[in-house]
Design a binder for this molecule. Structure first.
Ligand SMILES: *Cc1c(COP(=O)(O)O)cnc(C)c1O
Length: 421
Protein backbone atom coordinates (compact mmCIF):
# COMPACT_ATOMS: atom_id res chain seq x y z
CA UNK A 1 0.00 0.00 0.00
CA UNK A 2 1.62 3.24 -1.05
CA UNK A 3 1.46 6.10 1.39
CA UNK A 4 -0.02 9.03 -0.54
CA UNK A 5 2.13 11.79 0.97
CA UNK A 6 5.67 11.74 -0.44
CA UNK A 7 8.46 14.09 -1.43
CA UNK A 8 9.04 14.50 -5.12
CA UNK A 9 11.95 16.11 -6.92
CA UNK A 10 10.51 18.98 -8.92
CA UNK A 11 12.18 20.42 -12.02
CA UNK A 12 12.95 23.65 -10.25
CA UNK A 13 12.68 24.04 -6.51
CA UNK A 14 14.00 20.99 -4.72
CA UNK A 15 11.98 18.27 -3.07
CA UNK A 16 8.34 19.16 -2.55
CA UNK A 17 5.76 17.26 -0.54
CA UNK A 18 3.00 15.92 -2.78
CA UNK A 19 -0.25 14.04 -2.33
CA UNK A 20 -0.75 11.61 -5.19
CA UNK A 21 0.29 13.71 -8.23
CA UNK A 22 -0.31 17.16 -6.80
CA UNK A 23 2.01 19.49 -4.94
CA UNK A 24 0.67 20.41 -1.51
CA UNK A 25 2.22 23.86 -1.88
CA UNK A 26 -0.01 24.44 -4.92
CA UNK A 27 -3.04 23.23 -2.98
CA UNK A 28 -2.22 25.53 -0.04
CA UNK A 29 -1.85 28.42 -2.48
CA UNK A 30 -5.12 27.63 -4.23
CA UNK A 31 -7.30 26.86 -1.20
CA UNK A 32 -5.49 28.72 1.62
CA UNK A 33 -4.92 27.21 5.08
CA UNK A 34 -5.82 25.52 7.35
CA UNK A 35 -7.14 22.89 4.92
CA UNK A 36 -7.65 19.17 5.13
CA UNK A 37 -6.44 17.18 2.13
CA UNK A 38 -7.46 13.55 1.54
CA UNK A 39 -6.20 11.00 -0.94
CA UNK A 40 -9.03 9.16 -2.63
CA UNK A 41 -6.69 6.53 -4.10
CA UNK A 42 -5.29 5.65 -0.69
CA UNK A 43 -8.76 5.42 0.86
CA UNK A 44 -9.82 3.14 -1.94
CA UNK A 45 -6.72 0.96 -1.59
CA UNK A 46 -7.32 0.59 2.14
CA UNK A 47 -10.98 -0.24 1.66
CA UNK A 48 -10.22 -2.88 -0.95
CA UNK A 49 -7.29 -4.31 1.01
CA UNK A 50 -9.60 -4.92 3.98
CA UNK A 51 -12.57 -6.24 1.99
CA UNK A 52 -10.26 -8.53 0.02
CA UNK A 53 -8.52 -9.87 3.14
CA UNK A 54 -11.78 -10.31 5.07
CA UNK A 55 -13.51 -12.14 2.23
CA UNK A 56 -17.09 -12.28 1.00
CA UNK A 57 -18.54 -13.54 4.30
CA UNK A 58 -17.73 -10.15 5.88
CA UNK A 59 -19.61 -6.87 5.56
CA UNK A 60 -17.29 -3.93 6.10
CA UNK A 61 -19.25 -1.12 7.76
CA UNK A 62 -17.35 2.15 7.71
CA UNK A 63 -17.53 3.91 11.10
CA UNK A 64 -18.96 7.24 9.97
CA UNK A 65 -17.79 9.16 13.03
CA UNK A 66 -14.16 8.92 11.90
CA UNK A 67 -14.83 11.21 8.93
CA UNK A 68 -18.40 11.97 7.94
CA UNK A 69 -17.84 14.11 4.85
CA UNK A 70 -20.53 13.31 2.27
CA UNK A 71 -18.00 12.79 -0.52
CA UNK A 72 -16.04 10.29 1.60
CA UNK A 73 -19.29 8.45 2.42
CA UNK A 74 -20.35 8.58 -1.21
CA UNK A 75 -17.09 7.04 -2.45
CA UNK A 76 -17.31 4.27 0.14
CA UNK A 77 -20.95 3.61 -0.71
CA UNK A 78 -20.05 3.27 -4.40
CA UNK A 79 -17.30 0.81 -3.54
CA UNK A 80 -19.81 -1.31 -1.63
CA UNK A 81 -19.29 -0.34 2.01
CA UNK A 82 -21.88 -0.61 4.72
CA UNK A 83 -21.93 1.99 7.49
CA UNK A 84 -21.70 1.99 11.28
CA UNK A 85 -23.57 5.01 12.63
CA UNK A 86 -23.90 6.46 16.13
CA UNK A 87 -26.57 9.13 15.64
CA UNK A 88 -29.58 10.19 13.61
CA UNK A 89 -27.36 12.83 12.03
CA UNK A 90 -25.01 10.15 10.76
CA UNK A 91 -27.97 8.17 9.39
CA UNK A 92 -29.12 11.28 7.52
CA UNK A 93 -25.60 11.77 6.13
CA UNK A 94 -25.36 8.17 4.94
CA UNK A 95 -28.73 8.41 3.18
CA UNK A 96 -27.84 11.79 1.69
CA UNK A 97 -24.57 10.34 0.36
CA UNK A 98 -26.36 7.47 -1.35
CA UNK A 99 -25.48 4.81 1.22
CA UNK A 100 -27.58 1.64 1.33
CA UNK A 101 -29.66 1.60 4.55
CA UNK A 102 -29.84 -2.19 4.45
CA UNK A 103 -26.10 -2.20 5.14
CA UNK A 104 -26.25 0.15 8.13
CA UNK A 105 -25.68 -0.84 11.76
CA UNK A 106 -26.57 1.64 14.51
CA UNK A 107 -24.29 1.70 17.60
CA UNK A 108 -24.24 3.98 20.65
CA UNK A 109 -25.41 4.03 24.26
CA UNK A 110 -27.95 6.83 24.05
CA UNK A 111 -30.24 6.39 21.05
CA UNK A 112 -33.23 8.70 21.37
CA UNK A 113 -36.80 7.69 20.50
CA UNK A 114 -36.64 9.84 17.42
CA UNK A 115 -33.37 8.29 16.26
CA UNK A 116 -34.78 4.79 16.73
CA UNK A 117 -37.93 5.68 14.81
CA UNK A 118 -35.96 7.14 11.91
CA UNK A 119 -33.67 4.09 11.80
CA UNK A 120 -36.67 1.75 11.67
CA UNK A 121 -38.40 3.87 9.01
CA UNK A 122 -35.24 3.78 6.90
CA UNK A 123 -35.19 -0.01 7.35
CA UNK A 124 -31.56 -0.19 8.38
CA UNK A 125 -29.96 -3.60 8.78
CA UNK A 126 -29.54 -3.69 12.57
CA UNK A 127 -29.65 -1.70 15.80
CA UNK A 128 -26.93 -2.62 18.29
CA UNK A 129 -28.61 -2.55 21.70
CA UNK A 130 -26.56 -1.31 24.64
CA UNK A 131 -28.89 -1.80 27.65
CA UNK A 132 -32.12 -3.48 28.79
CA UNK A 133 -33.76 -0.05 28.92
CA UNK A 134 -32.83 0.61 25.33
CA UNK A 135 -34.15 -2.80 24.28
CA UNK A 136 -37.51 -1.95 25.87
CA UNK A 137 -37.58 1.41 24.10
CA UNK A 138 -36.74 -0.08 20.71
CA UNK A 139 -39.49 -2.67 21.18
CA UNK A 140 -41.97 0.04 22.03
CA UNK A 141 -41.10 2.22 19.04
CA UNK A 142 -41.30 -0.82 16.75
CA UNK A 143 -44.73 -1.64 18.20
CA UNK A 144 -45.90 1.92 17.51
CA UNK A 145 -44.70 1.63 13.92
CA UNK A 146 -46.16 -1.87 13.59
CA UNK A 147 -42.84 -3.40 12.57
CA UNK A 148 -40.13 -5.70 13.90
CA UNK A 149 -36.91 -4.04 14.89
CA UNK A 150 -33.78 -5.93 13.78
CA UNK A 151 -31.40 -6.04 16.73
CA UNK A 152 -28.08 -7.31 18.01
CA UNK A 153 -26.92 -6.99 21.61
CA UNK A 154 -23.70 -5.08 21.99
CA UNK A 155 -22.01 -7.01 24.74
CA UNK A 156 -19.16 -5.81 26.84
CA UNK A 157 -16.60 -8.62 26.62
CA UNK A 158 -14.56 -7.23 29.54
CA UNK A 159 -11.20 -7.41 27.82
CA UNK A 160 -8.51 -4.87 28.30
CA UNK A 161 -7.25 -3.20 25.14
CA UNK A 162 -4.02 -1.30 25.52
CA UNK A 163 -4.89 2.10 24.16
CA UNK A 164 -5.64 5.56 25.51
CA UNK A 165 -8.23 5.25 28.33
CA UNK A 166 -10.61 7.65 26.54
CA UNK A 167 -10.87 5.23 23.61
CA UNK A 168 -10.92 1.92 25.51
CA UNK A 169 -14.53 0.72 25.49
CA UNK A 170 -14.43 -2.99 26.23
CA UNK A 171 -13.86 -3.03 30.00
CA UNK A 172 -16.64 -3.80 32.45
CA UNK A 173 -16.51 -0.34 34.05
CA UNK A 174 -17.00 1.63 30.82
CA UNK A 175 -20.45 2.88 29.84
CA UNK A 176 -20.57 0.65 26.75
CA UNK A 177 -22.47 -2.54 26.07
CA UNK A 178 -24.29 -5.13 28.11
CA UNK A 179 -22.36 -7.31 30.58
CA UNK A 180 -21.69 -10.71 29.02
CA UNK A 181 -23.38 -12.52 31.92
CA UNK A 182 -26.64 -10.60 31.47
CA UNK A 183 -26.87 -11.16 27.73
CA UNK A 184 -28.54 -14.63 27.62
CA UNK A 185 -31.56 -13.54 29.65
CA UNK A 186 -31.98 -10.43 27.53
CA UNK A 187 -31.79 -12.51 24.34
CA UNK A 188 -34.51 -14.79 25.74
CA UNK A 189 -36.73 -11.79 26.26
CA UNK A 190 -36.01 -10.33 22.84
CA UNK A 191 -36.59 -13.66 21.09
CA UNK A 192 -40.10 -13.85 22.53
CA UNK A 193 -41.08 -10.36 21.36
CA UNK A 194 -43.31 -9.85 18.32
CA UNK A 195 -41.62 -6.55 17.68
CA UNK A 196 -38.00 -7.59 17.83
CA UNK A 197 -36.03 -9.68 15.40
CA UNK A 198 -32.85 -11.04 16.92
CA UNK A 199 -30.11 -10.98 14.28
CA UNK A 200 -26.76 -11.03 16.00
CA UNK A 201 -24.32 -10.02 18.64
CA UNK A 202 -21.91 -7.08 18.55
CA UNK A 203 -18.87 -5.83 20.44
CA UNK A 204 -16.31 -3.06 20.07
CA UNK A 205 -13.49 -2.87 22.60
CA UNK A 206 -11.65 0.29 21.69
CA UNK A 207 -9.82 2.28 19.08
CA UNK A 208 -6.24 2.55 17.77
CA UNK A 209 -5.46 -1.03 18.82
CA UNK A 210 -2.00 -2.06 17.67
CA UNK A 211 -2.07 -5.43 19.37
CA UNK A 212 -4.86 -7.55 17.94
CA UNK A 213 -4.82 -10.12 20.76
CA UNK A 214 -7.60 -8.34 22.71
CA UNK A 215 -9.77 -8.26 19.55
CA UNK A 216 -9.16 -11.99 19.17
CA UNK A 217 -10.07 -12.58 22.82
CA UNK A 218 -13.26 -10.52 22.49
CA UNK A 219 -14.17 -12.46 19.33
CA UNK A 220 -13.67 -15.77 21.17
CA UNK A 221 -15.98 -14.61 23.96
CA UNK A 222 -18.57 -13.52 21.41
CA UNK A 223 -18.33 -16.95 19.78
CA UNK A 224 -18.90 -18.62 23.17
CA UNK A 225 -22.02 -16.54 23.62
CA UNK A 226 -23.15 -17.41 20.11
CA UNK A 227 -22.77 -21.11 20.91
CA UNK A 228 -24.50 -20.83 24.27
CA UNK A 229 -27.42 -19.03 22.63
CA UNK A 230 -27.60 -21.74 19.98
CA UNK A 231 -28.05 -24.31 22.75
CA UNK A 232 -30.89 -22.12 24.08
CA UNK A 233 -32.51 -22.32 20.65
CA UNK A 234 -31.56 -18.77 19.65
CA UNK A 235 -29.75 -18.85 16.32
CA UNK A 236 -27.88 -15.72 15.32
CA UNK A 237 -27.17 -14.82 11.72
CA UNK A 238 -24.23 -12.47 12.25
CA UNK A 239 -21.36 -11.61 14.56
CA UNK A 240 -20.25 -7.96 14.60
CA UNK A 241 -16.66 -7.70 15.82
CA UNK A 242 -16.53 -3.90 15.95
CA UNK A 243 -13.61 -1.82 14.75
CA UNK A 244 -10.54 -0.33 16.35
CA UNK A 245 -7.72 -1.56 14.12
CA UNK A 246 -4.82 0.81 14.75
CA UNK A 247 -2.67 2.70 12.26
CA UNK A 248 0.86 4.01 12.16
CA UNK A 249 1.07 7.63 13.30
CA UNK A 250 4.76 7.63 14.25
CA UNK A 251 6.84 4.47 14.52
CA UNK A 252 4.14 1.99 15.51
CA UNK A 253 3.88 -1.41 13.86
CA UNK A 254 0.30 -1.32 12.65
CA UNK A 255 -1.59 -4.55 11.95
CA UNK A 256 -2.14 -5.26 8.26
CA UNK A 257 -5.52 -6.21 6.76
CA UNK A 258 -4.17 -9.77 6.44
CA UNK A 259 -3.19 -9.83 10.17
CA UNK A 260 -6.68 -8.69 11.09
CA UNK A 261 -8.40 -11.21 8.82
CA UNK A 262 -6.20 -13.99 10.21
CA UNK A 263 -7.11 -13.34 13.85
CA UNK A 264 -10.81 -13.21 12.99
CA UNK A 265 -10.51 -16.45 11.04
CA UNK A 266 -8.73 -18.08 13.97
CA UNK A 267 -11.42 -16.97 16.42
CA UNK A 268 -14.45 -17.66 14.23
CA UNK A 269 -13.29 -20.73 12.34
CA UNK A 270 -15.99 -21.89 9.95
CA UNK A 271 -19.03 -20.76 11.93
CA UNK A 272 -21.91 -20.43 9.47
CA UNK A 273 -22.52 -16.75 10.21
CA UNK A 274 -22.07 -13.44 8.45
CA UNK A 275 -19.33 -11.29 9.87
CA UNK A 276 -19.62 -7.55 10.29
CA UNK A 277 -16.72 -5.25 11.10
CA UNK A 278 -16.88 -1.54 11.84
CA UNK A 279 -13.65 0.13 10.73
CA UNK A 280 -13.06 3.87 10.75
CA UNK A 281 -9.53 5.00 11.46
CA UNK A 282 -7.87 2.09 9.65
CA UNK A 283 -9.51 3.17 6.39
CA UNK A 284 -9.32 6.94 6.45
CA UNK A 285 -6.70 7.94 9.07
CA UNK A 286 -3.62 7.98 6.90
CA UNK A 287 -5.52 9.18 3.84
CA UNK A 288 -5.57 12.71 5.24
CA UNK A 289 -3.31 15.60 6.21
CA UNK A 290 -3.99 19.03 7.63
CA UNK A 291 -2.15 21.86 5.87
CA UNK A 292 -1.25 24.75 8.11
CA UNK A 293 0.82 27.87 7.58
CA UNK A 294 3.50 29.13 9.97
CA UNK A 295 2.37 32.48 11.37
CA UNK A 296 5.28 33.20 13.70
CA UNK A 297 8.43 31.80 15.22
CA UNK A 298 8.95 32.85 18.85
CA UNK A 299 11.07 32.05 21.88
CA UNK A 300 9.98 32.10 25.53
CA UNK A 301 13.15 31.74 27.51
CA UNK A 302 14.98 28.90 25.83
CA UNK A 303 11.81 27.25 24.48
CA UNK A 304 11.18 27.62 20.76
CA UNK A 305 7.68 27.87 19.37
CA UNK A 306 6.26 27.67 15.93
CA UNK A 307 2.82 29.30 15.90
CA UNK A 308 0.67 27.98 13.05
CA UNK A 309 -2.73 28.98 11.70
CA UNK A 310 -4.45 25.67 12.58
CA UNK A 311 -5.40 24.94 16.18
CA UNK A 312 -7.01 22.46 18.54
CA UNK A 313 -10.43 23.44 17.16
CA UNK A 314 -9.30 22.05 13.78
CA UNK A 315 -7.46 18.93 15.02
CA UNK A 316 -8.13 18.00 18.62
CA UNK A 317 -6.27 14.70 18.95
CA UNK A 318 -2.96 16.04 20.33
CA UNK A 319 -4.79 18.13 22.95
CA UNK A 320 -7.32 15.43 23.86
CA UNK A 321 -5.18 12.30 23.84
CA UNK A 322 -1.62 13.62 23.68
CA UNK A 323 -1.63 11.98 20.26
CA UNK A 324 1.43 12.09 18.00
CA UNK A 325 1.09 13.36 14.44
CA UNK A 326 3.99 13.59 12.01
CA UNK A 327 4.60 17.19 10.94
CA UNK A 328 6.47 17.61 7.69
CA UNK A 329 7.60 20.79 5.96
CA UNK A 330 6.41 21.00 2.36
CA UNK A 331 9.95 21.71 1.26
CA UNK A 332 12.48 19.09 2.30
CA UNK A 333 15.99 20.30 3.05
CA UNK A 334 19.20 19.08 4.54
CA UNK A 335 19.36 22.03 6.99
CA UNK A 336 19.95 21.44 10.68
CA UNK A 337 16.92 20.61 12.79
CA UNK A 338 15.91 22.24 16.04
CA UNK A 339 13.26 21.18 18.56
CA UNK A 340 10.19 23.41 18.69
CA UNK A 341 6.66 23.35 20.04
CA UNK A 342 4.14 23.56 17.21
CA UNK A 343 1.14 25.43 18.62
CA UNK A 344 -2.06 27.06 17.42
CA UNK A 345 -3.53 30.50 18.15
CA UNK A 346 -6.24 29.27 20.56
CA UNK A 347 -6.15 30.61 24.11
CA UNK A 348 -5.38 27.33 25.88
CA UNK A 349 -2.01 25.91 26.85
CA UNK A 350 -3.41 22.59 25.68
CA UNK A 351 -3.54 23.97 22.14
CA UNK A 352 -0.52 22.24 20.62
CA UNK A 353 0.27 19.81 17.82
CA UNK A 354 3.73 18.77 19.00
CA UNK A 355 6.19 19.44 21.81
CA UNK A 356 9.93 19.80 21.26
CA UNK A 357 9.56 18.40 17.74
CA UNK A 358 12.68 18.51 15.55
CA UNK A 359 11.89 20.66 12.52
CA UNK A 360 14.14 22.62 10.16
CA UNK A 361 15.86 25.29 12.22
CA UNK A 362 15.41 27.73 9.34
CA UNK A 363 11.62 27.24 9.19
CA UNK A 364 10.20 30.53 7.94
CA UNK A 365 7.10 32.55 8.60
CA UNK A 366 4.63 31.84 5.76
CA UNK A 367 5.89 28.30 5.14
CA UNK A 368 3.32 25.54 5.09
CA UNK A 369 3.49 22.35 7.16
CA UNK A 370 1.55 19.13 6.68
CA UNK A 371 0.21 17.43 9.79
CA UNK A 372 -0.16 13.80 8.76
CA UNK A 373 -2.49 11.05 9.91
CA UNK A 374 -5.31 13.58 10.10
CA UNK A 375 -7.95 11.79 8.02
CA UNK A 376 -9.76 10.19 10.97
CA UNK A 377 -11.14 12.07 13.99
CA UNK A 378 -9.64 15.25 12.52
CA UNK A 379 -12.24 17.40 10.80
CA UNK A 380 -14.90 15.21 12.41
CA UNK A 381 -13.97 16.46 15.89
CA UNK A 382 -13.42 20.06 14.82
CA UNK A 383 -15.34 22.99 16.26
CA UNK A 384 -15.58 26.75 15.98
CA UNK A 385 -13.96 27.31 19.39
CA UNK A 386 -12.46 30.80 19.62
CA UNK A 387 -14.86 31.75 16.79
CA UNK A 388 -12.67 30.15 14.17
CA UNK A 389 -14.52 29.11 10.99
CA UNK A 390 -13.95 25.45 10.22
CA UNK A 391 -11.31 24.45 7.68
CA UNK A 392 -11.91 23.48 4.06
CA UNK A 393 -11.64 19.86 2.92
CA UNK A 394 -10.15 18.81 -0.41
CA UNK A 395 -10.32 15.37 -2.02
CA UNK A 396 -7.45 14.53 -4.36
CA UNK A 397 -7.46 11.81 -6.99
CA UNK A 398 -4.39 11.69 -9.21
CA UNK A 399 -4.01 15.21 -10.56
CA UNK A 400 -7.60 16.12 -9.73
CA UNK A 401 -8.47 18.14 -6.62
CA UNK A 402 -11.98 19.01 -5.59
CA UNK A 403 -13.41 20.98 -2.72
CA UNK A 404 -15.60 18.59 -0.75
CA UNK A 405 -16.29 21.16 1.95
CA UNK A 406 -15.59 24.82 1.49
CA UNK A 407 -14.10 26.89 4.26
CA UNK A 408 -16.76 28.29 6.57
CA UNK A 409 -17.44 32.01 6.38
CA UNK A 410 -17.50 34.39 9.33
CA UNK A 411 -21.28 34.72 8.90
CA UNK A 412 -21.65 31.00 9.51
CA UNK A 413 -20.21 31.46 12.97
CA UNK A 414 -23.47 33.07 14.08
CA UNK A 415 -25.87 31.92 11.35
CA UNK A 416 -28.03 30.01 13.86
CA UNK A 417 -28.11 32.81 16.44
CA UNK A 418 -30.61 35.65 16.94
CA UNK A 419 -28.60 38.82 16.36
CA UNK A 420 -30.23 41.00 19.03
CA UNK A 421 -32.40 38.76 21.19
C1 LIG B 1 -15.70 4.44 17.04
C2 LIG B 1 -16.32 3.13 16.79
C3 LIG B 1 -15.84 2.30 15.76
C4 LIG B 1 -14.67 2.65 14.89
O1 LIG B 1 -13.47 2.74 15.57
P1 LIG B 1 -12.11 2.87 14.73
O2 LIG B 1 -11.07 2.85 15.76
O3 LIG B 1 -12.17 4.18 14.01
O4 LIG B 1 -12.04 1.72 13.80
C5 LIG B 1 -16.49 1.11 15.53
N1 LIG B 1 -17.56 0.74 16.29
C6 LIG B 1 -18.04 1.50 17.28
C7 LIG B 1 -19.21 1.03 18.06
C8 LIG B 1 -17.43 2.72 17.56
O5 LIG B 1 -17.91 3.46 18.57
Amino acid sequence: MTFPFHYRQLLHGGEQLCVEDLSLADLAERYATPTYVYSESYLRQRFHAFTHALGPQTTLCYAVKANANLSILNRLARWGAGFDIVSGGELARVLRAGGDPTRVVFSGVGKSRDEIRRALEAEIYCLNVESPAELARIEQVAAELGCRAPIAMRVNPDVEASTHPYIATGLRETKFGIPMAEAPLLYERAARSRHLEVLGVACHIGSQLLDLAPIAEAARRVVQLYEALGRQGIHLQHLDLGGGVGIRYHDEQAPTPADYAAILDAALGDLPVRRVVELGRALVGNAGALLTRVEYRKYNGNRAFCVVDAAMNDLLRPSLYGAWHEIWPLERRAAAQAPMDVVGPVCESGDFFAKARPLPADLREGEVLAILGAGAYGFAMSSQYNSRPRAAEILVHGTDARVIRRRETLGELWAAEEPCA
